[in-house]
Write a protein that binds this ligand. Structure first.
Ligand code: S0N
Length: 297
């Protein structure tokens, strides 16, 4: 019997979409959906270096980390979207012009600081640990470390002009972390090894066929489709989604994944009367009464 409150109808959306820009960023555009509109609840980062196919430098990554940390803490945000500026590239990986001998050179105010970083790994970890879904809206090339970014995101919506490629073995780099192991979980061991060993480009349709992306839409529909998926997610239980994401991560992430899942369980326990009884009894200097609701089966 159909539950009167349950519907399989999708809340379809149409543009134009309103975004409010968060200031203070140089390499990215960080926006939040306007309250009361279709974009409410969505935070979006656009890598904004189209002149280098949105390749990232340490500053780009530092800014993306600041944005995702902000989105994590903002209770009005339920979905985080990562995309690239223009119609050529999502992200072409690390900026090879400032690649030093042990990392990417940090530049501040036009001058090198002397520090070399591989801080994209810190951003990957943030995406992974973000308790809210992260969607990659891939609008062109996703290459090298840029390809790994979409691999680490929970979902990928690709435009029909998107192309996917690892280049590490051609340019002297590799991502032997999520970029290999998680990729293999997604597309299978044989395909992951092919992607890395041969460094071929794959079309959006090929990516869809191998399960590397969730859907492919015309480039002109990419924003609308991303908002559509976000709205469908936002209509569902954020705690259920948080637990599902953490469980899927825990299956791969060992102790770090267990810590994440357990952290969410602790949050839920704090929200119960039983959890709060422990705190209250301590503060009231009395023995706790933990079994007021009985012992559940
Ligand atoms: C993206 C490609 C295929 C696009 O080709 P297209 O459309 O023909 O454009 P181009 O004419 O080639 O490029 C336009 C302009 O953009 C510059 N440019 C492009 N990519 C980069 C880049 N990565 N760095 C710097 N500049 C870039 C071009 O030079 C050109 O400039 P102008 O107009 O001045 O000539 C094509 O561009 C391409 O193949 N790009 C290189 C892709 C690549 O090899 N990326 C690096 C791969 N390695 C990493 O990303 C390492 C990442 C990392 O940091 C890491 C570290 C530790 C652990 C893990 C990772 C990780 O992988 O995440």
């Amino acid at each position: 019997e159909q539950n009167a409150h349950h519907t399989t109808d999708r809340p379809t959306v149409s543009g134009p979409f309103e975004w409010e820009r968060v200031g203070g960023f140089e390499d990215i555009v960080y926006e939040k959906g306007a309250a009361g509109t279709n974009t409410a609840g969505i935070a979006r980062v656009t890598i904004n270096r189209p002149e280098v196919r949105n390749a990232f430098r340490p500053t780009t990554v530092t800014e993306m980390i600041a944005a995702i940390d902000d989105a994590r803490d903002d209770p009005s945000v339920g979905v985080f979207v990562l995309t690239g500026a223009g119609d050529q590239a999502f992200c072409a990986g690390g900026d090879q012009r400032i690649r030093g001998d042990h990392g990417y050179k940090e530049v501040e105010g036009g001058a090198e600081t002397g520090t070399q970083r591989l801080n994209v790994l810190d951003f990957q970890t943030r995406i992974r640990k973000m308790p809210k879904p992260v969607i990659a809206a891939v609008n062109g090339w996703a290459v090298g470390g840029g390809h790994v970014l979409h691999v680490v995101c929970d979902l990928t919506i690709a435009s029909d002009n998107a192309r996917f490629m690892q280049t590490g073995p051609k340019v002297g780099s590799f991502d032997a972390g999520y970029g290999t192991a998680h990729l293999a979980r997604i597309v299978g061991q044989k395909k992951a090894r092919e992607i890395w060993f041969l460094c071929r480009p794959y079309s959006a349709q090929e990516a869809l066929d191998m399960g590397l992306v969730n859907t492919v839409v015309p480039l002109a529909d990419l924003e609308r489709e991303t908002v559509q998926w976000s709205r469908e997610i936002l209509a569902n239980s954020n705690i259920a989604i948080r637990m599902i994401k953490a469980a899927a991560n825990a299956d791969e992430d060992g102790g770090a994944g267990l810590q994440e899942l357990a952290g969410h369980a602790t949050m839920l326990f704090y929200m119960t009367e039983e959890g709060q009884e422990g705190r209250n009894a301590y503060l009231e200097r009395r023995p706790p009464d933990f079994d007021a609701d009985g012992y559940r089966p």
